[in-house]
Design a protein around this ligand. Structure first.
Ligand SMILES: O=C(O)CCC(=O)C(=O)O
Length: 380
């Protein structure tokens, strides 16, 4: 059975053996230390924080199970060779063992492309109930973005929306930044130019997880927002051009930002994978990427691969476009999605957005808390 498998069942196989079984009944004996680390009795774990009260590296490496039974269905009693006794709820063990390694216990991503017609949209409310908030959070986690309408067109409102989902991440641009065309812009975002699909701030470590952009006013006919699901494009690239995928997942590219008081440099492959080989973060900003000096053959291969990916990101097949009007706000996963905008003519009128960042784990934490609250409510 693969070490990446997930488990569907636990079975007491003999008086000293607990077996974890996969979908097709295949499985293996559960490691005694894996169980011992998960003991939740008062001597082993602080119940309030869920933190361990002992050092698991001190556990005897030869630890064995000396007795295992399931006298009451769903509750497994275990005695270890160090004399410790514990009870485990099968549901708790399953909840953990069912999670594929490296994945988080939040809704699976729903990959999308340019044919996505039904955008995840919601009418903003400053005081949503739990069900409403859970719905917004779930759709954000699935699609990597959500578009709110009806956010008051007042400066700093973006921070109010942001703090509902997580902690804001302040940067050298401030806690929030104004996106409008200005002379002497310190970033091309602050001009009226067309912006190709990019992820924000790949020169930071860690990169900002989630970006929010709130439109205070848009009097222009251009300035359409664009979004691309980077994970969907990465998956398509892997199928269409495996060599380009290999290069873009293994070549560390340097990203740089410099102004009078700041100098940021970070290095990452354009498509960063997690331990199970799935895309974890897209780092792509054609205005800021500097591949290190490599032998010409490798650089030629890299430049070809980058062009293939770049062209795919620009294809209608993958991109969606929509207009943000005053009061609209888009919140998107900056590690998965790429965003941009079409150019606009400032002579037509004002276009003013305010943006900010929150950490990637904010919406995931909120989702789990709401799920726990709902489960506790169901049990009450
Ligand atoms: O003006 C926009 O709609 C997007 C600006 C942008 O790309 C950014 O702030 O990173």
């Amino acid at each position: 059975m693969s070490s990446q498998a997930t488990f569907k069942k636990f079975e007491v196989r003999s008086p000293t053996q607990l077996i974890a079984l996969g979908e097709n009944g295949e499985g293996f004996a559960v490691h005694p230390i894996w169980l011992r680390e998960r003991c939740q009795d008062a001597a082993s774990m602080d119940r309030t924080t869920g933190q361990r009260l002992h050092d698991p590296s001190d556990i005897d490496l030869e630890l064995r199970l000396t007795a295992v039974s399931e006298a009451v269905p769903g509750r497994i009693q275990v005695r270890f060779s160090d004399g410790h006794e514990a009870e485990f709820l099968v549901d708790d063990l399953l909840a953990e063992a069912a999670l594929p390694p490296g994945r988080h216990d939040c809704p699976d991503e729903v990959l999308w492309d340019g044919s996505l017609a039904d955008l995840p949209r919601a009418r903003w409310r400053a005081d949503p109930d739990d069900a409403q908030l859970a719905d917004w959070t779930q759709r954000f986690l699935q699609y990597g973005f959500i578009v709110f309408s009806g956010v008051p067109r007042e400066p700093s409102q973006v921070l109010k929306v942001a703090t509902m989902f997580g902690f804001t991440r302040e940067t050298n641009f401030g806690e929030l930044f104004d996106v409008r065309s200005t002379p002497d812009a310190i970033d091309l975002a602050y001009t009226s130019l067309h912006l190709d699909a990019h992820t924000d701030n790949p020169y930071r470590s860690p990169v900002p997880g989630v970006q929010l952009l709130h439109c205070l006013v848009n009097e222009t006919s251009g300035g359409l927002s664009t979004l691309v699901d980077g994970f969907a494009v990465a998956a398509a690239l892997q199928t269409r051009d495996p060599e380009a995928f290999r290069i873009l997942t293994s070549t560390p590219v340097r990203f740089r930002y410099r102004d009078k008081n700041t100098e940021l440099v970070a290095s990452a492959p354009p498509i960063e994978l997690d331990v199970s080989g799935r895309p974890r973060t897209i780092h792509f900003s054609p205005r800021l990427d500097f591949v290190p000096l490599l032998p010409p053959v490798e650089l030629s291969a890299y430049y070809r691969a980058r062009r293939v990916f770049d062209r795919m990101l620009k294809e209608k097949e993958f991109e969606i476009r929509f207009l943000l009007n005053g009061g609209d706000l888009v919140m998107f996963d900056n590690q998965r999605l790429l965003h941009g905008r079409t150019g606009f003519d400032p002579a037509e009128g004002l276009r003013h957005l305010q943006g900010c960042y929150i950490d990637i784990d904010g919406p995931r934490s909120l989702y789990r808390v709401l799920r726990r609250r709902r489960a506790e409510g169901d049990r009450a």
